[in-house]
Every structure is written in C-alpha cells, then in structure tokens.
Design a protein around this ligand. Structure first.
Ligand code: ADP
Ligand code: ADP
Ligand code: ZN
Length: 213
C-alpha cells in the first residue's frame, strides 16, 4: 500500500503515521524528519536546507525530490509506505508519479482548521530520541516535559514559533490546492477531518485502508 498523508503543518500527520506504523507495519517516510536529521548532521543537503526550514519556506523541489527518490529505492519500501510531508507542491506530486510506476494508492487529506493547527503547533513538544510528538495540553507526557518511552527531556522545534508558523501556513495555502487537485482528478483523494480526536481520525483512516485491501 502506497499512502500519502497530506494536510497543513500541525494537522496530525506524524501522530497518525505513528498509529499506522503500529497497526499496519508500513515504513514511515517523513521528509521533515529526514531534513532535520540532515541539518543536525551538517551534511551538504542539510547546509542547503537549513535557512529555508528556519524561516518556514519550502526547501527547493529538486533537492527534496532527489532525497525522496533515493529513499524510495531502498528494499524496505517494496511492499508499501506512508509518505508524510511529501508531496507538498504539484511539481513534487508529478515527480513522484515519475519515480513510482503506477503512482500511489491513496492521498489521505487531513483537513484541519486554522485555529486548530496554530494551537497544535505552538503547544507541540518532541522527543529528540524517538521523535514522538506530544502536546502541552492535548497530549501531555506522563511526567512533565519527559518522553514516556525514552525518559529524556522534550524540546520545541525551532520552527514552531509563532512567526514561522504563520509563514508555514501561508506557504501551505499557496501550494495545497495544486496537490489536492492533482490527486482529486486521479480519484485518489480521501478527505478526513483532522479536527477530530486522534483516535477518531485514526478509525476513519483504518476504514479507508481496509477498503483498499
Ligand atoms: P510539519 O510536520 O509541521 O508539517 P515538516 O516536519 O513536514 O513540518 O517540515 C518541516 C520543514 O521541512 C518545512 O517547513 C520545509 O521547510 C521542509 N520540508 C519538509 N518536507 C518538504 C517538502 N516535501 N518540500 C519542501 N520542503 C519540505
Ligand atoms: P504534523 O505532523 O501534521 O505537523 P503532528 O502529528 O506533529 O502534526 O501534530 C501536531 C501537534 O498536535 C502535536 O503536538 C500533537 O501531539 C498534536 N495532535 C496531533 N493530532 C491531534 C489531535 N487529533 N487532536 C489534538 N492534538 C493533536
Ligand atoms: Zn522518546
């Protein structure tokens, strides 16, 4: 199964991907996670991507597409995957169809209102070790600011500040219709409300996946 999770920053893509990995065992490919690790390791790609990410702009299509192409050539994705955070532009969606003969099975669109995503992004806290996303109010860890699994301190992503969040939402609004339209005409778009509780979003996704089997 080749699935895409699409939606504004803060819609809950990473959170749903984690539930989907546990339930279906599909590999999770998050372009944001890969880029953050490139920046952390100060690679050539990381050096090029850093300033874009810090200001909330998109990293250029050519760089991100090459990165995804290389990841999709690994043997662990032969039986399917969950792509989270890619494609983000219509150009990236076209490139993905060129990389993958037959294209994807479904693009799951987590349609989420703006006030909800702003509240989610500003309260998001992340485990530096396992990458689990928590939220100060919505999904707090058991111990204050400590990951439930790893027992290490959580951090706030540098791009989850108010000014950068505003920029990311602006970029999303500019690019999203192109991506949605691209999959809509292919009959592959599934709308799911991202405003719901995480478990309710997940049960809608489970129904979509069962219908594909
Ligand atoms: P979120 O989970 O909040 O939507 P991501 O972790 O997916 O954010 O992405 C963080 C940043 O990484 C983006 O703001 C952008 O700069 C860069 N990025 C991630 N995926 C892509 C992509 N497909 N195309 C261009 N830039 C990307
Ligand atoms: P994305 O990957 O789309 O940027 P995340 O999965 O990181 O989004 O979720 C953003 C923030 O919102 C996180 O702090 C997460 O704990 C919280 N969150 C995710 N899904 C929900 C939900 N359905 N209801 C409330 N909070 C949520
Ligand atoms: Zn952890």
């Amino acid at each position: 199964m080749r699935l895409i999770l699409f939606g504004p920053p803060g819609a809950g893509k990473g959170t749903q991907a984690k539930l989907m990995i546990e339930a279906f065992g599909l590999p999770h490919i998050s372009t944001g996670d890969i880029l953050r690790s490139e920046v952390k390791n100060n690679t050539e790609l990381g050096k090029k991507a850093k300033a874009y990410m810090e200001s909330g702009k998109l990293v250029p299509d050519t760089l991100v597409t090459e990165m995804v192409k290389s990841r999709l050539s690994s043997s662990d994705v032969k039986n399917g995957f969950i792509l989270d955070g890619f494609p983000r532009t219509e150009g990236q969606a076209r490139s993905l169809d060129n990389i993958l003969p037959g294209g994807i099975d479904r693009a799951i669109y987590l349609e989420t209102s703006e006030d909800v995503v702003v509240q989610r992004l500003t309260g998001r806290r992340v485990c530096p070790k396992c990458g689990t996303n928590y939220h100060l109010k919505n999904m707090p860890p058991k111990k204050d600011m400590i990951c439930d699994q790893c027992q290490v301190g959580l951090y706030q992503r540098p791009d989850d500040n108010e000014a950068t969040v505003k920029n990311r939402l602006h970029v999303y609004l500019q690019e999203s219709e192109g991506v949605l339209g691209y999959y809509r005409v292919q009959g592959k778009l599934e709308n799911v409300s991202g405003d719901l509780d995480s478990k309710d979003v997940f049960s809608v996704i489970q129904k979509i996946i069962s219908s594909l089997k």
